[in-house]
Design a protein around this ligand. Sequence first.
Ligand code: ARG
Length: 276
Amino acid sequence: MENPRDRILMCPPDYFRVDYVINPWMAGQESSLDIELATSQWRGLRDAIAGCAEVVEMRPEPGLPDMVFTANAGAVYGNKAIASHFMPHERRPEEPYFEHWFRDNGFTLLDLDDNIGFEGAGDCLRDRRGPWLWTGYGFRTEIEAHAKIQDFFDLEVISIRLVDSRFYHIDTCFCPLSDGFLMYHPPAFDYDSRIAIESRVPPHKRIVVDTRDAGDFACNSVNIGDHVFLNRASEPLKARLMLAGFRVHEIDLSEFLKAGGSAKCLTLKLNEPVVA
Ligand code: ARG
């Protein structure tokens, strides 16, 4: 299942801080961040991923503490990208840096209306088997973005409504895995969205994540081939993943959880093969 050519974009945490509160995890964390620990945790994740993929690093910018979360740079499909338009004004100054990075690296960009919220791969995930995108809305991405994504990428968008503010990006509660497996935390979605998920993913491919594991950001995993990199998973969840054929790597990312992010948020997969 390994694909040695996977390319993963990351941004070093040189200026990472919890300076403002734009999701429930950040509340009260302003002074508790250990930046040295964050740096060694980030390097641990980078080095682990570099064992099975190519890690591309972009330059961090002073004063942009959340830029480390490259999942929110934009969404990528083939040589096309849609750069994010952040909902919280605190993150809007990151937009030109991500946009330039995509342009400088040969991606064709969609000019998405400024007044439509869209937070990139945080809310837009390729299914690993079917030709569609699981796309979240409700907190950081607006439903108005969905049709534009579908038109620009020429790929079906399945709209998934997020209903729990702790799981404000779809990648915090939903993780498509190789061979059509799916890790997800059902209470994070509304009823119709759960039906949409269940109608596309057969029961033996669904890996239900409970509140405790979801709170440890287990769904926020990086999946490369049969490797799954995540912050932490309970023994039953690890056993379930192993039974499905995955190798689970736990990498403590405690400092990033204080900003409401974890492994997947810290990465952006740059090679999303186009459906023939
Ligand atoms: N503090 C960041 C924010 O709230 C965390 C982003 C996490 N990214 C993600 N893809 N879930 O925007």
